[in-house]
Design a protein around this ligand. Sequence first.
Ligand SMILES: Cc1ncc(COP(=O)(O)O)c(C=O)c1O
Length: 376
Amino acid sequence: MSALRGLPTPCALVDLERLERNAAMMRRRARTLGVGLRPHVKTHKVPAIARIQHDGAAGPLTVSTLTEARAFAAAGFRDILWALPLPHGRVQEALTIAGGLDRLGLLLDCAPTADELGSSAALHGTDAAVYIKVDCGYHRAGVDPDSDEALDLARRIHAHPRLQLEGLVTHAGHAYSCLGPSAVAEVGLREGAAVLRLAQRITAAGLPRPILSVGSTPTVMQATGLPGIDEIRPGNYAFFDAFQAAIGSCSLDDCAFTVLAQVIGRYPATGSLVLDAGALALSADPGPRHVAPDCGYGRLFNQDLSQPYPRLRLAALSQEHGKVQVRGGLRPGEFPVGSRLRIVPNHSCLAAACHPVYHALRGDLVAAQWEPVRGW
Ligand SMILES: Cc1ncc(COP(=O)(O)O)c(C=O)c1O
């Protein structure tokens, strides 16, 4: 087993103890809320991590790409929801993957895609499990749950012999812009209410009741009850990150994904350092500036994560450089060139996607190396 101190920089680290703790916390939370758990694996894209999330089982998952669907299917996961509006031209591929699974849920929010999927499923001779994407206020994608269009779409899907209207999916991504936990909780209530309202209209029209699927990490972390909801789809909680800590979903001690970097430049005259981790190791997510204007591009710690460095601000990123500004200036001898630091990134999903391999640490020993799935 190799050791943390021998790893090259920059590299991606996953703290197994924190990951396992986060996974167990979310399983407990789902049980308490009385809902199923369908974690979104876009955060890590590693089947072994999904197994940890489901305590060793190959439980239900949410994916963001067909490549993830294929890889997780090959790793034994049999109930997968592809939570992206179905792109034109990927339908045959999706149906082929679906053929080898118990369920591959496909997302729709418009009639032309429903028709394309219906015709392809008929040609293919298979049934397709369809979820309607509902807009609960994020305004990224989805139908307005109170619109005629939403009910027409449900009827259209139901009427097609090869399409099963399986569920309604919504995601309150706007929770990330909230100023505090109570505002996040409010958004969470509206997230659930949006799919409940449409489900009531669907059943009142004589159609079967769809599965109701909601969830983002912030709204799930602030939920105190989810009446009428069937499942949650949080993803980020596996790793958490500096953004989630700033908006009250977790503490910095829960963050399981970090980037190891080293000081490659030290400039006492300007009170700054340069690290070998830039935007291609961290992503350039600007972070929770609405609640922490000074957040920089992540939080800095010593190599073993035992000591935060609140005087260090990761002020700017270029492709391979990370510029750190030291509050109060550099003291003699501190942070020499070659010293190693850990960065809790602003957005762990995007930072993790920068890396071809994650080193999974138990203490300061590398217990496993995981290669995340790549591509679309
Ligand atoms: C449709 C959908 N569901 C669930 C999630 C998971 O949300 P989070 O990353 O906040 O846990 C996302 C994240 O983008 C999403 O787009």
